[in-house]
Design a protein. Structure first.
Length: 170
């Protein structure tokens, strides 16, 4: 096992070297906690992380939640293993309106298959079904309003006819 190291490159950037697992994730959590007070995005270079388990994901998610409204946790150049873990967990690409960003290495393309992709596809299908249900409801409501407008028009015509003075027949 490679030695685990956290390098603080500047006030906004950490570089992780080694395996991020249940034995090392607490050290990353502490390092991130020390940097949360700074303004701007927090960048974590993960190009030298050959392995990451769910405890690493947990630390990254906690950090992203702690970033606030105008800051992001940026995962820079994740190794191929880390990229795959992020994709399978549904975090690559990151969910919308979530304070997480991923900067891929030059030429790297995230996987588009696996459980993460299935989860995203299921979410899109559910959103489409919800939109179709809303559309059907709106169409039904519009038809009810059209019928009410027709009835009101007929009532108005009848009232007008009743109010007109009757002319004697000649």
């Amino acid at each position: 096992m490679a030695p685990f190291e956290i390098q603080r490159l500047d006030d906004h950037t950490l570089r992780i070297v080694g395996e991020l697992d249940m034995h090392t994730s607490q050290r990353l959590d502490v390092a991130i906690g020390e940097m949360l007070g700074a303004d701007g995005d927090l960048i974590i270079d993960m190009s030298e992380v050959p392995f990451m388990d769910s405890s690493g994901i947990h630390v990254l998610l906690d950090a992203a939640w702690a970033m606030g409204d105008h800051r992001r946790l940026v995962i820079r150049r994740p190794s191929s293993f880390v990229a795959r873990v992020l994709e399978v967990s549904g975090l690559a690409p990151p969910p919308p309106n979530f304070a997480l960003a991923i900067e891929w290495a030059d030429g790297a393309v995230p996987h588009r298959d696996g459980p993460g992709a299935v989860y995203r596809l299921a979410a899109l299908v559910n959103a489409s079904l919800d939109a179709a249900r809303r559309s059907r409801r709106l169409t039904r409501d519009a038809l009810v309003l059209v019928e009410r407008a027709r009835a009101a028009r007929a009532d108005a015509t009848a009232i007008r006819a009743a109010m007109e003075p009757r002319r004697p027949a000649a």
